[in-house]
Design a protein around this ligand. Sequence first.
Ligand SMILES: *[C@@H]1O[C@H](CO)[C@@H](O)[C@H](O)[C@H]1NC(C)=O
Length: 393
Amino acid sequence: MMFGSSSRRFLAVFASCCLALSSQATSVPKQLQRRAQCAATLETAEGVANVLQSMYYDASTGQYNGGSLWTDSNAFEDLHNLMLGADIDTWSTIADGTFIGRAAVAGFSSAQWADLIAGANDDAQWVILALWKMADYKSARGLSNVDLYLNAAATIYDLIAAQWDDTCGGGVWWSTAHTYKNAITNELFLYTSADGFLRGGGQTYLDNANNVWNWLSNSGMRNSQGLFNDGLVLGSCVNNGETTWIYNQGVIASGLAALYAAGGSTNATLLDQAEITLDATISLLTEDDILKESCDDALSGGAVCDADQQLFKGLWTKHVQYYLDMANDATRTAKYSPFLGSQESAVFHFGTDSSDAVGSVWYAPNQGGSIFTPKTSTSGLEAHVSAAKYGPC
Ligand SMILES: *[C@@H]1O[C@H](CO)[C@@H](O)[C@H](O)[C@H]1NC(C)=O
């Protein structure tokens, strides 16, 4: 494996000491604050990102071959998260060429965004997170069009907020077809609302964040093990008992920590609530301490994760990064640091092939069952970027 060289990792230990010097600014928003990052892990992340771009990204369309709106959006977010973390500018001009960046720069109307999102209220919120991260990067580097990205995010947010109604006591619908209320759409709404408030969105955002957490916490979607099932049965509004996908156990945490920060970092119960689910993930959705989706199988001929599910583990690691950003608490960071490091190591040793693409299976060496797509490389990239910030070095 190309990145396996222990000499590189050894040398990088020395380099990592010095990144801390520029990380002490206190007036910078939490999302932009830098902390000593693990140089070796950032270097691995850059390698994975370069391969992701060269294997799958089509600059003429601004999309990934074999991608989708929501998974592409996460990849765009990750490239910018990596550039901010590593203090590099490898993809400094990519934002305006991505298909969502083009729409933002074109000043898409609400109706145009609604067309592009095609009714998917969950997908739309991943787009918001990508637009915000691209704006953060542009803003940090003094690049143009920041306001167009922020305006686009606000326009999409309003479309989603309008999808809230009283069916099952509240919550936003999974899609504009209004057939399903589920965990991910509402966990994302908690995060976009609370983070939107922190970004200056105003009281409506904070009210929405409080409302959606009140609703989520009373919805019955979190089961007795502490894990969120997929959603609710429509008529009866009870937990549908469907799969406890790993991303659902991470996005709740970033949302709760953003709500904690939005409330002035006074109510630590919100963090304790988040950790019920993070801890349940670590004890229940792993094999030998490594995340394992129910559709993951290292052997060929077994289960295969679909195009959406291929990204879920990485999203958990990314949203734990955001959780720790917002919680801003050394004890909580120390609690999750070893686990994030183990995920990164598994991605590196078990998930990565000789071309430095990352496959779907992290928990064991690939024996034919790991699949390789832009989503699985994106997922692996997220594990590296998260561990670079919060894993051991
Ligand atoms: C803190 O958050 C918990 C969990 O949502 C909530 O039950 C409690 O009322 C909150 N406390 C305060 C003082 O707002």
